[in-house]
Design a protein around this ligand. Structure first.
Ligand code: PLP
Length: 394
């Protein structure tokens, strides 16, 4: 089937909930994707920040194949060696204040689980979240997601949330001072908002404010986790010890998996049947997690992520843009609207993301992107930026 036929068929039978690129992808290797018409793309978008090792990394593909030959799935009603090893490996890579993991299937499910655990542990109903935050689209996570477009139609069923401005300690103190707040949930880098970074000192103070008020701190590392920002958890670069961390996206290299990571103190509040999901901790996902983690750690890819950031920052210097984010979670603030630049890059064979900031493009390259591929991206970016944008004069 050719691209146009695939587009028509999918649009005919799928609910129209997504704004899609006019591309039908067929296969991928490393940093590259090919569409149904044989066109090759350099992929610095990673299907929403999902491919830490690029497409079809051999170690992950092999691990899935081997597991598929043994057992596709069994639920948490039984024990399993692959799940045991994945849990052990994940907890051992994380900072020592993390003691336990709950496996689920996505970022939104991880956040909802963390919110449930915090409400149960504190006996409080309210959550503090930040303006511009994105934590997911299902009803629990939606209650802490800022964008009115997603949230407004469901207000009557969403949990009580106080949204405060990012990096504003007074607003946080006032909110948690009310005594009814179970948790503060924060993305250390607000990716969807345009790679807006939380100040490191604010995060430390936020941690203190939470501790002093008996409020739990949830770090949403759905995008920043799994080494993408240069350390496995971004908390390792900051002076903060959250009570709960959530991860997903990169964790299974494309196999759906989420994780809620909890301190011993949180784990001690959990009782049988507090949370559950049929597919969480399934064997295929766990095999993918093990292979992903072993590769990220074994190949030194967290350090490589930081190098890639530096190369891109150096490479775009002098183009009138500014770079933010960390590691392989990169925002480039342009001197012109992002939309035409994203489209021109795509025409040139490069996929990148947009964001809530109309002048910011997002790059989420694999952590093992080699230097020559970074150079290939930079060459394309320079070609595109060399064409004066009509809109840039606006
Ligand atoms: C920071 C953050 N949290 C949570 C989510 C939701 O993850 P999922 O789409 O896997 O439910 C996303 C998705 O983009 C995200 O960026």
């Amino acid at each position: 089937m050719k691209t146009q036929d695939i587009i028509e068929l999918e649009d005919q039978f799928q609910l129209a909930t997504y704004a899609k690129l006019p591309i039908a992808v067929e296969r991928g290797i490393g940093c590259y994707l090919w569409d149904a018409d044989g066109r090759k793309y350099l992929d610095f978008y990673g299907g929403h920040c999902v491919t830490p090792l690029g497409h079809c990394p051999p170690a992950v593909v092999e691990a899935i194949r081997e597991q598929a030959g043994k057992l596709l799935f069994y639920s948490n009603v039984v024990y399993n060696a692959t799940r045991a090893r994945a849990a052990e490996l994940l907890v051992s890579i994380l900072p020592s204040f993390i003691d336990r993991v709950f496996f689920c299937n996505s970022g939104t499910e991880a956040n909802e689980t963390a919110l449930k655990l915090a409400r149960k542990a504190t006996g409080r109903p309210r959550v503090v979240a930040f303006k511009q935050a994105f934590h997911g689209r299902t009803l629990g996570s939606l209650s802490v997601t800022w964008n009115e477009r997603y949230r407004a139609p469901y207000l009557e069923v969403l949990g009580p949330t106080t949204f405060v401005p990012l990096n504003n300690l007074d607003a946080v103190n006032e909110a948690v001072g009310q005594g009814d707040v179970a948790a503060v949930i924060v993305e250390p880098i607000q990716s969807m908002a345009g790679m807006v970074e939380v100040d490191s000192s604010f995060l430390t103070e936020l941690g203190n404010a939470c501790r002093n008020s008996g409020t739990m701190l949830i770090l949403d590392e759905v995008q920043t986790g799994v080494g993408r920002t240069g350390t496995f958890s971004i908390s390792e670069q900051m002076d903060v010890e959250p009570d709960l961390i959530t991860m997903a996206k990169s964790l299974g290299s494309g196999i759906p998996v989420g994780a809620v990571l909890a301190t011993r103190a949180v784990a001690d509040t959990v009782e049988l049947a507090d949370q559950g999901t049929t597919f969480g901790g399934g064997m295929i996902a766990m095999a993918a997690v093990i292979a992903t983690l072993e590769t990220v750690v074994g190949e030194g890819l967290m350090d490589r992520a930081a190098e890639i950031f530096d190369s891109i920052e150096r490479g775009v210097a002098g183009l009138g843009v500014s770079v933010r984010g960390r590691g392989c979670l990169i925002g480039i603030e342009l001197d012109r609207p992002a939309k035409p630049v994203i489209a021109a890059l795509r025409e040139d064979g490069v996929l990148v993301g947009g964001s809530g900031d109309p002048r910011v493009i997002r790059l989420m390259p694999p952590l093992n992107t080699p230097d020559d591929v970074v150079d290939e991206f930079l060459a394309s970016f320079k070609r595109v930026m060399a064409v004066p944008s009509e809109a840039s004069t606006v």
